[in-house]
Design a protein around this ligand. Structure first.
Ligand code: FMN
Length: 199
């Protein structure tokens, strides 16, 4: 599928068919997700994937009954490791020579040490890119999605045993749509949201 077709046809779908995605397809989607950009290539996203109906049902209840969570073939809970920058960052640059690798690792540590705001901002930035990659890749594979933040983050964290140095960014549910999305709510004009050189 052409990239622009994927962008234009991606909608937040609220109703899915009972459909099982193959392990290979789920893997294909996740292999695409991990090509998403991250600052300093720290790859701080972590993906909790759920296909078991019993757990999807629990997630649905924790999402205030939004039924797309129980109906979707796959629920991806996008999390981030806030301390990824401090966990052997040399491994994020394994393909480059030792000297530059050490320099980048040093720069990573300098940027993040004592900077919890950056840890959290970067978590959300990275997961945002990964979510969009997942949604567009899913379209290209013949699936639809819904990004979601309408759930109890604390209880979902407990359900998935979220480590104490990780946070949840959002969920993306994936499946074969049962119903088209309602017409778009309405897009703002470029003239309202784009500024040339400065506000
Ligand atoms: C961060 C985020 C959280 C969202 N949470 C929910 C949600 O909990 N439930 C839902 O039905 N839609 C959710 N949406 C979907 C938005 O309502 C939707 O993206 C928006 O209305 C635009 O529609 P479209 O995605 O079909 O273009 C969320 C979207 C984003 C980006």
């Amino acid at each position: 599928m052409d990239t622009f077709d994927a962008i234009k046809s991606r909608r937040s779908i609220k109703s899915f068919q009972n459909y099982t995605m193959s392990k290979e397809e789920i893997n294909q989607l996740l292999e695409a997700a991990i090509l998403s950009p991250t600052s300093y290539n720290i790859q701080n996203w972590r993906f909790v994937i759920v296909t078991k109906q019993e757990i999807k049902d629990k997630l649905c209840a924790l999402s205030y009954g939004q039924k797309q969570v129980a109906e979707a073939s796959l629920v991806i809970i996008l999390c981030a490791d806030l301390k990824a920058w401090d966990k052997d960052p040399e491994r994020y640059w394994i393909n480059i020579p030792e000297g530059p690798r050490q320099s980048i690792a040093k720069a990573i540590r300098q940027s993040y040490t004592g900077n919890p705001t950056l840890e959290k901002d970067e978590a959300m930035r990275s997961c945002g890119f990964a979510a969009q990659t997942i949604m567009l890749a899913a379209k290209a594979m013949g699936y639809d999605t819904c990004p979601m933040e309408g759930f109890d983050f604390g209880k979902v964290g407990n359900l998935i045993n979220l480590p104490s140095d990780h946070i949840i960014s959002m969920m993306v549910v994936v499946g074969k749509k049962a119903k088209d999305a309602a017409p778009r709510g309405g897009q703002l004009q470029l003239s309202e949201v784009v500024f040339e050189d400065h506000f």
